[in-house]
Structures are given as structure tokens and as C-alpha cells.
Ligand binder design. Structure first.
Ligand SMILES: [Zn+2]
Length: 369
């Protein structure tokens, strides 16, 4: 019932040895080619979509909406990372760039499909693998939304949440915050800071005045966070600074909050009328609210885990994923990848001992949902 741990490990090493930063489509395509080979062995119908996303259909016959498995082949790690962060096994942990987020999830999806041995559920399964999740999915978002609109549920093998010693050990994700990309450029007037400071209009002073107003737009009780996380400005210590730029981290948990925050940020103006404010605001990913449909899907996963002999918990998280795009369109369960820790960090690893049961769980969900 559980997949072969040796085969899982071998396939993960195959993908992890190919570095695949989002910025290099050719490198990402090499990972996708390997996945395509595995998918074809399982009888997939393959479609190459614009931007490099690949769609693998298993038994999709139009009798019912298919199930969607959504994965990405890119990582945040640049070329050359393997030289400093080589793939290595220590005890039950396999370390390396991109193994946790989310090459193990991709391998797990293939092995879960293999476990069905060609007995596809009614309506079939679509595995969609994208090349650009880590940069906000610019080329794949439309494909993701198209598939989610036609699917009866989306299963996302991104990493589960939390290191093994936390309360939510390896929890599934039943909600994710939406992310707004926000930056403010302030343009004032330069002047000699010693001779005629009154002729200058300080962009830094304007920024300092605005920061408390910006952060006051947070609504912790609604899950909305607004933080100024970057600041840059000025040219020399004896010049009234004409330029200043702020970078923000803005996240929203509830629908509607994205629009409120963007509207209220855009309305903020510097106290010094000579300083111009220009906002760059885009909704990177909409919120993935913790809906009753998703919780019902989680309940089925919990029952399946119990039958397989392990306990499963769920939680909502701050980080976004492509699950944010599917959640408004179909029930979505995220975090179905390999347990581990250290996404986007030097200690990135998966737990080899806890991985096979998660792959078995994904296979059970494909049979039962
Ligand atoms: Zn990911």
C-alpha cells in the first residue's frame, strides 16, 4: 500500500540533481521533460501549454469533472547552489535545494498516480506542472485558473506546514493569505543641507511620516498584515534627500481586504505637499480562505490518513502558493507534499521516514475524492 521508499528517493535525486531556477526556462524544462517521461509511462496524454506549463491527463473522459493535481518544477535556488548545498542524506533527512519545495511533491504525485495502476477515478485526473510558481506564476496563472474552473477539487503537493516539533507538525494547508506586492517611491527636492535646507523637500522625512500610517492599515483580527520591510533613500549626508523608496510586505486572509488595503495605501499622501508619492500596487495572489468545502475535503484526508495509520492536522498559513489561484474556483487542499523543513533556506530537507505515508495519502485521495 505504501510506495517503495528506495524508488521515491532515487526519483527525487534525479530531479534534485537538475537545478531549475525560475529564471532559466530551459533548465526548468529539463525537469519537466523527466516528469513527462514518467507521466507517459503511466499513459498520460501530454499537452505543452504556453509559457512552458505541461498538462498531463490520465483517464479524462468528460463523464465527470476531473481531479486536479497542481505542482511546480521551478525552485528559488540559482544555478551553482548544489556546489555549496550538495544533496546529502543524514539519518532520515535528505537535504538539498528544492527537495522540500517541491521536487519531493512532484515525485510523490507521480508515485501516487502509479499506485492507482491505471484504475483512474471517474472523470480522470489532470496533473498540471508549472515552471514559474516561485516568481508568482506570471505565465501559468491563466492555465491554473482554467483547469481549476473545470475541476472538482485541487490537490497541491506543496510542503506541509511546520517542523516535526511544532504543534502543527506537517499539517495540511486549508487556507493561505493573499499577497499584495507594494512599493512606494517618494520624490522630493534636493538642496544643500547646510546652506539652504529650506529649499529642499525631504523624501526621507516624508517616508518617516507615512510609515506609521501605512502600518496602521493592518487588521490583525482579520489576518491582514502590513509591514514596511525595506527602505532606501538619499545620496549624500550633506544633501536634502530627493528620493526614497519603501518596500512593503502586505498579506490578507479575507476576500475584500485586498481591495481595502490597496485603496487606502493609494490614498496616503505625504504631509509635505512638495513630495510626490507614487505607489506600485499589484495583487500577487488572492487570499485562499478557509472555506467549508476545503474543510470537508480535509475531513476526507483525515479519514484516509487514519486508515493508513497516521494522524493529520490542518492549519491556515501566511505564505501564498498556486493553491491561492485554485481555491476561489474549486475546493483546494494544499500541503500534500513530503514532510520536512527549511523551504527557501539553507537547511531545506525532507523526512524520508515520513514521506511514503504522505504519498499513500495522496493516492487514497485520488481514489476517494
Ligand atoms: Zn512551492
Amino acid at each position: 500500500m505504501f510506495p517503495d521508499p528506495e524508488a521515491l528517493r532515487r526519483d527525487l535525486l534525479t530531479l534534485a540533481e537538475m537545478e531549475s531556477p525560475s529564471s532559466d526556462p530551459v533548465a526548468v524544462a529539463r525537469v519537466l521533460d523527466t516528469v513527462e517521461g514518467w507521466a507517459c509511462d503511466l499513459g498520460a496524454e501530454v499537452q505543452l501549454l504556453s509559457g512552458g506549463t505541461r498538462r498531463f491527463a490520465f483517464g479524462v473522459d468528460g463523464t465527470r469533472s476531473p481531479l486536479l493535481i497542481l505542482a511546480h518544477a521551478d525552485t528559488v535556488w540559482p544555478h551553482g547552489t548544489l556546489a555549496d548545498m550538495p544533496l546529502r542524506v543524514e539519518g532520515e533527512r535528505l537535504y538539498g535545494p528544492g527537495v522540500y519545495d517541491m521536487k519531493a511533491g512532484l515525485v510523490g504525485a507521480i508515485h501516487a498516480l502509479r499506485a492507482l495502476a491505471g484504475q483512474w477515478p471517474a472523470g480522470g485526473i489532470v496533473l498540471l506542472v508549472t515552471p514559474d510558481e516561485e516568481i508568482g506564476s506570471p505565465s501559468s496563472r491563466a492555465h491554473i485558473e482554467h483547469e481549476a474552473g473545470a475541476a472538482r477539487a485541487a490537490l497541491v503537493p506543496e510542503p506541509p506546514v511546520g517542523a516535526a516539533d511544532t504543534a502543527h507538525a506537517h499539517a495540511l494547508k486549508t487556507g493561505r493569505k493573499g499577497v499584495i506586492d507594494a512599493a512606494l517611491t517618494l520624490t522630493g527636492q534636493a538642496a544643500h543641507a547646510g546652506n539652504e535646507p529650506e529649499r529642499g523637500a525631504s523624501a526621507i522625512a516624508a517616508a518617516a511620516g507615512l510609515i506609521p500610517q501605512i502600518e496602521a492599515l493592518a487588521r490583525p483580527e482579520l489576518g491582514t498584515t502590513v509591514l514596511v520591510t525595506q527602505i532606501a533613500g538619499g545620496t549624500a549626508s550633506n544633501v536634502v534627500p530627493a528620493g526614497c523608496r519603501l518596500g512593503l510586505d502586505v498579506r490578507v486572509a479575507q476576500a475584500g481586504e485586498d481591495e481595502r488595503v490597496m485603496r487606502e495605501l493609494a490614498a496616503l499622501t505625504p504631509a509635505d505637499g512638495r513630495v510626490q508619492a507614487e505607489w506600485a500596487l499589484t495583487l500577487n495572489r488572492p487570499p485562499f480562505p478557509r472555506s467549508p468545502e476545503t474543510l470537508a475535503l480535509f475531513a476526507r484526508a483525515q479519514a484516509a490518513a487514519q486508515d493508513l495509520g497516521f494522524k493529520l492536522s490542518e492549519t491556515a498559513v501566511g505564505g501564498g502558493s498556486d493553491g491561492n489561484f485554485t481555491a476561489p474556483l474549486c475546493p483546494t487542499l494544499d500541503g500534500l507534499g513530503a514532510p520536512g523543513d527549511g523551504a527557501h533556506a539553507a537547511h531545506e530537507h525532507i523526512r524520508l521516514d515520513l514521506w511514503p505515508e504522505r504519498v499513500a495519502l495522496l493516492a487514497e485521495l485520488l481514489r476517494r475524492v
